[in-house]
Design a protein around this ligand. Structure first.
Ligand code: AGP
Length: 617
């Protein structure tokens, strides 16, 4: 979850570092710090708490002008969030080396024991400081900073992105990554490093993804990449399609409000270039799988966490229906420690907004060990998951800064439907005309999402009115069931109250015991137009709970003639192919949760205890 920024060039380093850390705040953190090297040598400032605390510290103890530096926001793993445990950490007999680290060094205890045995004293409880001392000591022995850095990187086990500067070499930032994110920003007479492109997108859109077990030697006028074996590595540049304004609130009250409003574009950009005007899906990203491979597939396992897993649950209905391949959705952290049945004809689909969720990374690595092909559905270009998968379908939702995922979800569902239609086209088990009709309906989703946004005040007003609710239940069937689960998760994340999603059919098997007078229940109601409509069953579920005192808010399709008589409030969404309704019905639930949280005076962008990307298991 940590934010990392590195810079060397003519600009005011402090401005670049603090600006970059601001744009990385969304990653979730509990302390921050910077180191710069000026003519006066290496200097460091760091503080527990939010960035404003660090800025206050720097105001009290100004840093000299500098043209090289590193900056860090920390989400505590080893050691409490204190000033002493904040990064950067210093190393060496004269503390001339400064280091920042994202991840976990799993063998730090043995590495620390070596240092203790040599009488080294520590100023923190962190694993990162151990690396700082080891690199500095190797350098003091050899006089070769790059060799010393590489030697120690080869000794570290676990997950790490590490940046180092040293007073003796004030023109170079060294960096390395293993199982954690790192990208390079290429400038003109200046260069940048970041945990993601948001760190430097204000200054350059030219970026390079650093691969597994690679070392970067970054200078103002040169960037060289090596393997941990010391061999030079070539790298490919990509152009960032985010701009600095996209990573700013753009005048919205919160990132979450902005991102809810971004959804028509997020869905539209994810469809762009993949769905023709006549409803045919093309996925060049799948070119690594031949038609024969696709026809041989006999199982799809979707691995993901949290909201991304609900995207998988929704996509499952379409993928199974159109491709006739059995689909199971697994929580990444459960899949990783089971003994699943995986063969070369298994396609594992990993869904992740950040592409850095360690649970999902571990699940996909496990799946590959077992022989599966891995397809990533990811929103972050160059993310670790993307680089480690056999194929990647990028969602194009743009930077999702708010911890509570919204536009990434609707984009993930869209990508999942595209995948299902594509697999169906190749396997030819469903009439092509049926798939084309679905494709044509999918093309209309961005406009329908925009329509939903126009009517969000109803959901927002209801949310604000229920700020004192202690428990809210969510019910749904078919694709509405994962939507109910997601609606409950949003409320838990944002309003810190009990919220639970149920399959409506499960009510009579226990949950109905929860219903008492005044219990708010939000019900996602299926379309009455669906040939296999489950609507009558859901209407009777509503009658069962209302008979026991529930207060029902229904999310229903425009023109539904039945639902109004059975609900205290109805929020209507445009008609669509019933399978696609999930993209629409989830949005009022996002607005409801955000409004209830705001009415409680809570921080909708950075909810307590949560981070945007959980990069530890
Ligand atoms: C969603 O609102 C949460 N922030 C969380 O459940 C998130 O979806 C989950 O941690 C997965 O993140 P990822 O998509 O980046 O892998």
């Amino acid at each position: 979850m940590c934010g990392i920024v590195g810079y060397v060039g003519p600009k005011s380093t402090l401005d670049v570092l603090l600006g970059g850390l601001r744009r990385l705040e969304y990653r979730g953190y509990d302390s921050a710090g910077v180191s710069v090297i000026s003519a006066a040598g290496l200097e460091t400032r760091k503080k527990a708490g939010k960035l404003d605390n660090l800025v206050g510290e720097i105001d009290s103890h100004p840093l000299p002008a500098a043209h090289i530096g590193i900056g860090h926001t920390r989400w505590a793993t080893h050691g409490a969030p204190t000033d002493g445990n904040a990064h950067p950490h210093l190393g060496g007999s004269a503390l001339k080396l400064s280091l920042i680290h994202n991840g976990i060094i799993e063998n730090f205890a043995e590495l620390k024991a070596e240092l203790v045995a040599d009488g080294v004293s520590f100023s923190s409880e962190t694993d990162s400081e151990v690396a700082a001392h080891h690199i500095a000591r190797e350098y003091e022995k050899s006089g070769d900073l790059v060799a010393a850095f590489r030697f120690v990187m080869n000794r570290l086990h676990g997950a790490f992105t590490i940046l180092v500067i040293h007073e003796d070499q004030p023109d170079v930032v060294l960096a390395a990554r293993r199982n954690a994110p790192l990208v390079i920003g290429l400038g003109d007479g200046e260069n940048f490093l970041g945990s993601d492109v948001a760190a430097f997108v204000e200054y350059t859109k030219r970026a390079v993804s650093v691969g597994q077990d690679e070392i970067v030697v970054l200078k103002a006028d040169s960037v060289t990449v090596y393997g941990f074996d010391g061999q030079p590595v070539s790298f490919d540049e990509f152009s960032v399609d985010w701009d600095a304004s996209a990573a700013s609130k753009g005048g919205w009250s919160s990132f979450m409000a902005k991102e809810i409003a971004d959804q028509p574009q997020a869905v539209g950009d994810t469809l762009m270039g993949r769905l023709s005007a006549d409803g045919v899906v093309t996925l060049p990203e799948m070119s690594g799988l031949s038609a024969a491979d696709i026809k041989a597939l006999d199982r799809i396992i979707i691995v993901a966490c949290g909201t991304a897993s609900y995207a998988g649950d929704i996509a499952k209905y379409g993928i199974e229906k159109w491709s006739r391949i059995p689909v199971q959705v697994e929580l990444s952290h459960e899949f990783r420690y089971r003994s699943p049945i995986v063969t070369p004809n298994t396609l594992v689909v990993a869904i992740s907004q950040s592409g850095e969720t360690m649970d999902t990374l571990m699940a996909t690595r496990y799946a590959k060990e077992l022989g599966a092909k891995v397809l990533a559905i990811c929103n972050t270009q160059g993310a670790t998951l993307a680089r480690e998968s056999d194929a990647v379908i990028y969602t194009h939702a743009g930077p999702e800064v708010a911890v509570a995922s919204t536009k990434a979800l609707t984009a993930q569902i869209t990508a999942g439907y595209l995948l299902g239609l594509f697999l169906g086209q190749v396997r030819g088990v469903v009439p092509a005309s049926e798939l084309k009709a679905l494709g044509l309906d999918l093309l209309k989703m961005p406009a329908r999402v925009a329509e939903v946004l126009e009517g969000l005040d109803v959901a927002s007003d209801l949310g604000a009115a229920m700020a004192n609710a202690k428990s809210i239940l969510f019910l749904g069937r078919n694709v509405g069931f994962p939507v109910a689960m997601e609606g409950a998760l949003k409320l838990k994340e944002l309003a810190y109250i009990h919220a639970e999603g149920f399959a409506a059919g499960e009510l009579k098997h226990g949950p109905i015991a929860l219903i008492e007078e005044g219990q708010p229940v939000i019900v996602i109601v299926p379309s009455p137009r669906d040939a296999e409509s489950l609507q009558p069953k859901v209407i009777s579920n509503i009658q069962e709970i209302r008979a026991r005192g529930a207060k029902v808010i229904a999310i229903a399709e425009e023109g539904d003639p039945n639902v109004a008589d059975y609900a205290e409030h109805v929020i209507y969404v445009p008609q669509t192919e019933p399978m696609f309704a999930a993209i629409l019905t989830v949005i009022p639930l996002q607005a409801f949760a955000m409004a209830l949280s705001t009415a409680k005076g809570l921080d909708v962008d950075q909810p307590r205890n949560l981070a945007k990307s959980v990069t530890v298991e």
